[in-house]
Design a protein around this ligand. Structure first.
Ligand code: PRX
Length: 659
């Protein structure tokens, strides 16, 4: 986030109260009601969650124990049996919702499809049976590499139905990144499509799967392919199957497997500051409950709402707030295949008008792009159906918040700025729109049941308005359970960085935060070597190893620099081997190389060739200095931590010269 945005957040004093009409009709109607719920949950979290689990979800068998907490390992609703696909589908079929739209889908070329709960249930059952026919069993991992088409949600729900943990890989990741993730998860099956449409282009997915399987991922036995773009692809006999062929013989009778509350529901890979992306593990019962409750209260969901979250199912936001949370509530969830694009930068507003969207949830980077595209686009559409707006993924600067409030919300719609992470599974800090007055740029208060604090490394609470580390004190139902195959990394990354508080380990979020005198949280950004580019999370080391895999590169140091639209952009310092010479062509080639290694979201904005990088005596790159240099700022901090401080002066001069 740009420095000036941080400055303005610090000075932000405006307060927006929910309108009396909104509050009156909301699930949580007042600050008093929120405070009461919050205190009740804090006093006895187990009773609070158990009560909601009983009321809001269907259980085949009730749990024996609400929480088993052996820090840092938590188990929720121990002994309970349920199936999230049952909660998202079957239980609605015996109500009037059977013929209610579950998914309204709009394709980028303008094609569309609506699936009622009854139809979605049928599709999911057929898909589940098709997977079974191909030998997929409970516990087998399934990779999903799909465009934003209904089959992506169908595939996820079908996996959940038979108890096969899914691992969705964002369609924008390269074959190399896909291969790494399939290997780590030891996936048995991959579900993909011939391709999808995004930003006026056809994206080819099946060819990327072919390449990934050619280079590795030996555990993958079968591939199911959905036809979308209808361009020729290669189908390997005995390995690859068209979904439309399997469907012809797949029965629609597939009772949901009785899953243990703690059975793995999915693995989702996300970037950290070190090493390869981590497989974040989420389980069934706690995740189902938490995403259900947050969807209901944060989005103040009503049965008549058309709800639209613009994320991709490849990210946690898509998992929790396109698929599981909304469908568990019996909502109508809108799914859009594309993104604002040159041929139609106002496409989101077309969709809002076409379907009368009531709740709209997007990312600050998109809002900043809308601002740039001009008010004419939203002003030319009827947005009067909107009643609630949301944002997620990165800090929102107050200017963007105010624009969203004024131009999209017509000063009528509350805005929920929701802070959370892949690891948290669901929204953690957020306004409840009928209850909590909002301040532009603040995610406001913790959701009931979430005990958040701002501390220093020793675990001591810092005074109001002083920045510190964001920690969560008590396990919550949708908390990640471990890092797939690496419990040590789980402990080290999230539980070791902060000293125990009152003898109890706390969850370290990796974000810096300030809490103001009203108890509002202002997220400032990551404190580790994780970048947030257009709301996408990328690790410095992962980008550095992508660069280092190019034959011309000897060393690389990668940091984020502030960017007007994407929040941050990738800035790479590169030392070439003595066999290579710096040139613009080589810089372009290296950018393309990173795209091939990771995906288009990881394309560096700038590459700076240099001769040396600032390193500690033990050889670690000091990225904090690189960050300042790349942003053209004066270097602050103790330069003597760098083995050869003259490197810093040299780099500074090189950048100054370039500008
Ligand atoms: O730095 C925070 C930022 O996004 C990180 C989590 O990224 P990811 O796991 O990809 O999940 C994104 C969607 C949930 C956080 O550590 N972040 C997310 N939401 C906000 C945010 N920063 C500020 N305000 C937010 N509302």
């Amino acid at each position: 986030m740009p420095e000036n945005a941080i400055e303005s957040i610090l000075q932000e004093k405006r307060l927006f109260n929910p309108s009396p009409e909104f509050a009156e009709n909301a699930h949580i109607k007042s600050l008093d009601q929120y405070n009461e719920l919050y205190e009740k949950a804090k006093a006895d979290p187990q009773a609070f969650w158990a009560d909601l689990a009983e009321k809001e979800l269907h259980w085949f068998k009730k749990w024996d124990q609400v929480l088993d907490w052996q820090p840092p390992f938590a188990k929720w609703f121990v002994g309970g049996k349920l199936n999230i696909s049952y909660n998202c589908l079957d239980r609605h079929l015996t109500t009037w919702r059977r013929n209610k739209a579950a998914i309204i889908w709009e394709g980028e070329p303008g094609d569309s499809r609506t699936l009622t709960y009854g139809e979605l249930h049928r599709e999911v059952c057929q898909f589940a049976n098709a997977m079974k026919q191909l030998g997929v069993k409970k516990g087998d991992r399934v990779g999903i590499y799909m465009p934003m088409i209904p089959e992506a949600a169908i595939a996820m729900l079908a996996c959940a139905r038979i108890g096969a943990p899914h691992s969705v890989v964002f369609g924008g990741f390269s074959s190399e990144a896909l291969k790494d993730r399939l290997e780590d998860a030891q996936a048995k099956l991959v579900i993909t499509a011939d391709g999808g449409f995004r930003k006026d282009k056809a994206i080819h997915l099946k060819s990327a799967v072919d390449l990934a399987l050619e280079h590795g991922a030996p555990t993958v036995e079968k591939v199911i392919v959905v036809e979308r773009i209808k361009e020729p692809i290669t189908m390997k006999e005995g390995r690859d199957y068209w979904w439309h062929d399997l469907k012809k013989t797949a029965s629609a009778d597939c009772p949901a497997e009785e899953m243990d509350s703690e059975d793995t529901l999915f693995i989702l890979y996300t970037s950290g500051s070190t090493g390869k992306p981590k497989g974040v593990v989420h389980t069934t019962g706690g995740y189902n409950l938490y995403t259900h409750m947050t969807t209901k209260w944060v989005f103040d969901l009503k049965d008549t709402d058309v709800y639209w979250c613009t994320a991709d199912v490849g990210w946690i936001t898509g998992h929790s707030y396109i698929v599981y949370g909304p469908l568990s509530n019996g909502a109508t969830s809108l799914m859009y295949e594309g993104a604002p694009r040159p041929s139609n930068p106002g496409c989101f507003w077309d969709v809002v008008e076409k379907y009368g969207v009531n709740i709209f949830y997007t990312a600050p980077t998109a809002i900043r792009a809308f601002i740039k595209a001009g008010d004419e686009l939203p002003n030319a559409r009827d947005l009067s159906s909107l009643r609630l707006l949301g944002t997620v993924g990165e800090p929102i600067n107050p200017e963007a918040w105010m624009w969203y409030h004024r131009v999209i919300g017509k000063e009528r719609c509350p805005i929920v700025d929701t802070w959370w992470q892949t690891e948290t599974g669901g929204i953690m800090i957020t306004a409840l729109p009928g209850a909590i007055p909002t301040k532009p740029g603040s995610a406001t208060r913790p959701f009931p049941g979430i005990i958040a604090d701002v501390v220093n490394e020793e675990g001591h609470r810092v005074p109001d308005n002083a920045g510190g580390y964001l920690v969560i004190k008590h396990p919550w139902p949708s908390m990640l359970r471990t890092v797939y195959g690496n419990p040590e990394r789980f402990r080290k990354t999230y539980w070791d960085p902060i000293a125990p508080i009152d003898g109890e380990q706390v969850y370290f979020a990796g974000d810096s935060v300030r809490r103001d005198e009203d108890g509002y949280f202002w997220i400032m950004g990551r404190v580790d070597d994780v970048m947030n580019v257009a709301g996408h999370r990328l690790g410095s080391m992962e980008l550095e190893s992508a660069l280092k895999s190019h034959p011309a590169v000897a060393e690389a140091g990668v940091v984020g620099t502030p960017h007007e639209i994407t929040g941050e952009q990738i800035f790479a310092f590169v030392i070439l081997k003595n066999t290579a010479t710096p040139s613009d062509e080589l810089a372009q080639e290296l950018k393309q190389h990173v795209v091939m290694e990771i995906g288009a979201i990881a394309r560096p904005g700038e590459i700076q060739f240099t001769e040396a990088l600032p390193k500690t005596r033990s050889g670690k790159i000091v990225r904090r200095f690189l960050r300042q240099i790349a942003a053209g700022q004066e270097i602050v901090g103790d330069k003597t931590t760098v083995e050869d401080p003259t490197v810093l002066d040299k780099l500074e001069a090189e950048i100054a010269h370039k500008r």
